[in-house]
Design a protein around this ligand. Structure first.
Ligand code: ZN
Length: 154
């Protein structure tokens, strides 16, 4: 059995991204942390007082700064089959097997494209360039790379 080629990459883009949490929360003092010890339940009035005491800390949390870059991660894997070209990083590598794929099956470019799409917060390569679309049948994966880069604001 042949080992399937795979590739993984990280992509950094120099575009600011907000690190503001979607749900704002502030630190709670240790007394507000849940405990496994049994203790009597506070009355609704006491619970409301505790909630009110901590509410200003939740809304007063400073907004974190925006990062000057974005990070994406890509991973790709294809089965090796006989009599197919083995193309990795745009280079046709002489081999008795190649990657089975709708496109040229270039695992290196596919994972870099996925990393770019991930850094941009877009769906993965399979959703942007689906194998159900005849435009991508046998496509050179550099096409996906150019398209992915064009989605960014470089
Ligand atoms: Zn692929």
């Amino acid at each position: 059995m042949a080992t399937a080629p795979y590739a993984s990459s990280l992509f950094l883009a120099s575009s600011p991204i907000s690190t503001a949490p979607r749900i704002r929360a502030g630190p709670c003092p240790p007394s507000a942390q849940p405990s496994l010890r049994l203790r009597p339940r506070p009355s609704p009035a006491a619970a409301a007082a505790v909630q009110a005491e901590h509410q200003p800390a939740l809304t007063a949390a400073p907004k974190p700064p925006a990062l000057p870059f974005r990070v994406g991660h890509g991973f790709d894997l294809h089965r090796l089959e006989p009599d197919l070209p083995l193309i990795i990083g745009g280079i046709n590598i002489p081999h008795d097997r190649g990657c089975e794929a709708h496109s040229d099956g270039d695992v290196l470019l596919h994972c870099v494209v996925d990393a770019i799409l991930g850094a941009l917060g877009l769906p993965d390569i399979g959703q942007i360039f689906p194998d159900s679309d005849p435009r991508w049948k046998g496509a050179d994966s550099s096409v996906f790379m150019r398209e992915a880069v064009s989605f960014s604001s470089f």
